[in-house]
Design a protein around this ligand. Sequence first.
Ligand code: 9YW
Length: 414
Amino acid sequence: MTDRLSPDLDEQAREILRGNDRGGYTVPTDGLYPYQWNWDSAFAAWGFSTFDIDRAWTELETLFSGQWEDGMVPHIVFHKDDPGYFPGPEVWGSGRTPPTSGISQPPVAAILARLIWARDPEAGRDRIAALYPKLLAWHRWWKRDRCGSGVAAVTHPWESGRDNCPDWDIGMAKVDGSNVGEYQRRDTGHVDASMRPRKEDYDRYLAILFFGRDCGWDQREIIRNGPFLMEDPGITFILLRAHEDLAAIGRELGHDVSELEGWAAELRAGVPQLWNPQVQGYDARDLRGDGFAGRVGSAAFLAYLADAATPALDKRMDEIWNRVSYGFPSADPAAEGFDPRRYWRGPSWPVVNSLIALGLQERGHAEAAERLRRETAEVIKKHGFFEYFDPIDGTPCGGDAFTWTAAIWLTWAG
Ligand code: 9YW
């Protein structure tokens, strides 16, 4: 951990976590996101582990209370109804208690659970032992229902956690959003519409959602005939790292982890298929027929987290990063469609920066890891715990008092 120069900000970050606590789970930010989101919660747990280890484990346990029988851990758990968010539980129609969405989100939980356990091995042993079979069932779901092509695919841009990033443009272009009817968005009532996905994106998000709901979330049908299916470098690298971390946890607990080791090895063998020589980077691929997306976004650099970087990727990282000043941009500023303040189409996301930096640090790129930390810390110190930032001038964007930004401050940036 780094020097703690700002005790005040540490306290503010803790206050944000406590303030966003709704009793056993944490909302990403008040108002805009009033439910429990999957990867946000894993980061919240990591943040809590710096000052309340019991609360950290509770966060993960509550997230897994929404797990489906097939192992899927949904991207949103709707514990208490809240009219401030659309699409809410009635739109997803999961028919479950607690109600949930019908897709998943980046499986960072095992990665962060391992780090949380390391903070207090004694206190964590029973908690991680109880979570282990649930994590394993989720990883098995990823392997069975998302990794059929050799790497991890997503069935909805929301499943990737990077909603409107340019990686999904070719897949989204084929989705017909013209029949979703009237609806009222709530996000643009909370934050500036110019920083959010556009209406045509939302129409398509809903069309994909309706397909899943209307087939009763039948995964085979969604994979075979759903409107959107793209291989995602982001989830692939996170899942690869998570398989390996879960195997390490399992070994420590005395389990046979050969199944997990096998999944990790298969995924690692599939990674080269995501390398697009034309853009010299790991790239998303459309499994509905159009090949590579032709984009190198921040997801490509999660390769460091999974020990899958190459010298060509190091070079690409320098080129892209040197076009901005405040952390890693979610899309390349030199590529078409870059928009420095529109959500995942350019902004720097502290939470993604923390994962890339973790990988850089472990892979012997200490200087780059420190630069990423410094640039991320600078905008937070200057503006506060915002959701994301303009990577060129540091303008704070999206929601304020954001849980995962506070969490990565406590664990990494601060
Ligand atoms: C939405 C909560 C979530 C994140 C996602 C982010 C956004 C929800 O907010 O998605 O309504 O667009 O893209 O990664 O988990 O912070």
